[in-house]
Ligand binder design. Structure first.
Ligand code: UD1
Ligand code: UDP
Length: 352
């Protein structure tokens, strides 16, 4: 089988790593990087640390408006697919790279497999929600991480080619967690004690592009007493500059985005995580670290139902209250669920 895998953004490198590793044992993979993320610490570091082979092709699309970026990707991916004539195109998650890959393939009548299918926030103002819905509806194979995702697809009439496989990010995390413990020196570098700090990330358009929401989140970080590590997404760095917020106290350590091993080590060492990231909500859950989600809704409803994740929106008081809470049960390590996602995905593609 020949598979063209499309990646472009940070979480996609992480998701593709464990699948790629297994896929290449039996099949031919052509890895296409759209270039959506391009800074060294948003892209190359993940290829290096996760031992992902160099992309066969980097389209170098870069940043732009949704239409410009997705349109440029569509043309670039189409040319690669015409040249490669793969059996499958494999796409991950919900970014503009995901949609461009799925759409380019569908129009060429090449089969599309979507990993992380069926996730829904039911908020169509999120660019990711539009990408997810459209990608799912042109996909031939839909790999769902949760039962909720399967149900979401059924509600939209999608039942053919749907497989509940579990979560490839869980496999990526298991691979990295032990390595992170022995290889990451980030706690020493930042002079942090295990469980003596909070970890924060923000990058969702709804938070970065709305000065009221962004200000409310930053005010919460300033109001808390603990050291906070804040690896800042370039989009958020730019938005904060526009906000002209007074200098943050030194207790809030604003650092450049970190590689995956450092991130996993920060996550497993943090007392609480505050984030609007999809992937980080799940990692917090698997690592048994309380999570305060800076959004009004989540696709990962299981993490909230389990009591490990709380949705607080961009409300300063609610963020501070939730971050200060000391949910004792959350400190008990949870057994990590053993999702066999990667072999299930490969077997399903093989047997189609
Ligand atoms: C994208 C995805 C989002 C995902 C996130 C993961 C879409 C619509 N959004 O959001 O679903 O959660 O990636 O991180 O696809 N920039 C840099 N250097 C880079 C990359 C980006 O400076 O290497 C800056 C540029 O100013 C750019 C902005 O960040 O305009 C936003 O980047 P973009 O890829 O459009 O969206 P993300 O916010 O990263
Ligand atoms: N991540 C990382 N370094 C960082 C921030 C995030 O390695 O500085 C990892 C994080 O552990 C998770 C993934 O990137 O695996 C999540 O990506 P992001 O939050 O950008 O996107 P989302 O999951 O919301 O789409």
């Amino acid at each position: 089988m020949k598979i063209v895998t499309i990646v472009g953004a940070r979480p996609q490198f992480i998701k593709a790593a464990p699948v790629s590793r297994e896929l290449r044992k039996q099949h031919t993979e052509v890895l296409v990087h759209t270039g959506q993320h391009y800074d060294e610490n948003m892209s190359a570091v993940f290829f290096r640390e996760l031992e992902i082979p160099e992309p066969d092709c980097n389209l170098g699309i870069g940043s732009g408006s949704h239409g410009q970026q997705t349109g440029a990707m569509l043309g670039g991916i189409e040319a690669v697919l015409i040249a490669e004539q793969p059996d499958w195109v494999l796409v991950y998650g919900d970014t503009n790279s995901t949609l461009a890959g799925a759409l380019a393939a569908a129009k060429l009548h090449i089969k599309v497999a979507h990993v992380e299918a069926g996730l829904r926030s039911f908020n169509r103002r999120m660019p990711e929600e539009v990408n997810r819905v459209l990608t799912d509806h042109v996909s031939d194979m839909l790999f769902c991480p949760t039962q909720t995702a399967v149900k979401n697809l059924a509600r939209e009439g999608l039942t053919q080619g749907v497989h509940l496989v579990g979560d490839v990010m869980h496999e990526a995390l298991l691979w990295a967690a032990e390595r992170a413990r022995t290889q990451s020196v980030i706690l020493d570098r930042l002079v942090l004690m295990k469980k003596g700090f909070l970890l924060a990330t923000v990058h969702r358009a709804e938070n970065t592009d709305d000065p009221v929401r962004l200000r409310a989140i930053v005010e919460a970080l300033v109001s808390l007493d603990d050291p906070i590590v804040f690896p800042i997404h370039p989009r958020t760095r730019k938005a904060l500059d526009r906000l002209e917020f007074p200098t943050l106290p030194s207790r809030v350590k604003v650092i450049e985005p970190v590689g995956y091993l450092d991130m996993v080590h920060l996550e497993q060492s943090a007392r609480t995580i505050m984030t609007d990231s999809g992937g980080i909500q799940k990692e917090a859950y698997w690592l048994g670290v309380p999570c305060v989600t800076l959004r009004d809704e989540t696709e990962w409803v299981e993490t909230v139902e389990s009591g490990w994740n709380v949705l607080v929106g961009a409300d300063t008081e609610r963020i501070v209250g939730a971050a200060k809470e000391n949910p004792k049960k959350a400190y008990n390590a949870r057994p990590l669920p053993a999702d066999p996602a990667v072999p299930l995905i490969i077997t399903a593609l093989d047997g189609y």
